[in-house]
Design a protein around this ligand. Structure first.
Ligand SMILES: [Zn+2]
Length: 263
């Protein structure tokens, strides 16, 4: 297996604009085809050291890029197997060691390499915001959620990304290492949160500002606040919670309370 960094180096990538996924796929021995697929968004079929990636037609360019990167991830890590994938740009459970998760992680690093992504954060210096995430998504030609997940991983900020789906889309969260594990995200959407204002809003409507931490977390003191940044997309609401209150990061609840409030 070649790591994403090795493939990027072989393709002389040293800026986000250089990340051409079809060139990278070719370098890896893959041909990319666009065909209408039913029941999945992308597939991989390999023959020896050559393979074919098929991406369904009618998806956005960002999603197409992610699909190609995901299949390169399967090719490099799970050689000899064929895949039909429903590509979901969501944070998969860190504990679940699935091949889909491994392919997603690979795709994320290939599209948004650690060094280049951190540089882009620095260049756009400024505090945590939805517009910063949108800029990063534009720079790396990725979707908003894919860039937001990478931002949570690499920014070094105490942030949590919460996706609240509408319709059948399920809720998921992704938190940075700086957010202590004893802080439990509440299930469901709190009526006081900005996100709750967006349930019936039109696409790309934003709400942001100071919010009591208890609107998002279980068992936190009433006087703790955070910054909530929420935005409505067709599939649901993405919320970036910035834990600006140092004491919120330090406070620990008793083990008994933690047990009672476990997810
Ligand atoms: Zn897959």
């Amino acid at each position: 297996m070649r790591r994403p960094e090795e493939l990027l180096e072989r393709c002389y990538v040293d800026s986000p604009d250089d990340i051409d996924l079809e060139v990278i796929a070719f370098e890896a021995g893959l041909e990319v085809r666009d065909r209408a697929l039913t029941g999945c968004e992308a597939s991989l079929v390999g023959y020896g050291d050559k393979g074919i990636v098929t991406v369904t037609t009618g998806v956005s360019p960002e999603r197409r890029r992610f699909s190609i990167a995901h299949e390169i991830g399967h090719w490099e890590q799970h050689r000899g197997q064929s895949f039909s994938c429903r590509i979901e740009e969501r944070a998969l459970d860190k504990a679940a060691k699935s091949k889909e998760r491994e392919a997603d992680d690979y795709a994320s690093t290939l599209m948004m390499p650690t060094g280049l992504f951190k540089e882009a954060i620095q260049m756009n210096k400024g505090s945590v915001s939805l517009s910063l995430v949108s800029k990063l998504a534009a720079t790396f030609r990725s979707s908003f959620p894919a860039a937001a997940i990478r931002y949570v991983e690499l920014s070094g900020e105490p942030v949590v990304l919460v996706f609240t789906g509408v319709g059948n889309a399920r809720r998921w969260t992704s938190r940075s290492r700086r957010v202590p594990e004893h802080l439990w995200i509440k299930t469901g959407i709190d009526g006081d949160s900005f996100a709750s204002d967006l349930v019936h809003a039109t696409e790309l409507t934003k709400r942001q500002g100071k919010m009591p931490a208890e609107a998002w977390f279980d068992s936190v003191s009433e006087d703790r606040n955070l910054q909530e940044h929420s935005i409505r997309f067709a599939e649901g609401i993405y919320t970036l919670l910035h834990l600006t209150d140092e004491e919120l990061l330090e406070e620990r609840m008793s083990a008994k309370r933690a047990w009672r409030n476990r997810e």
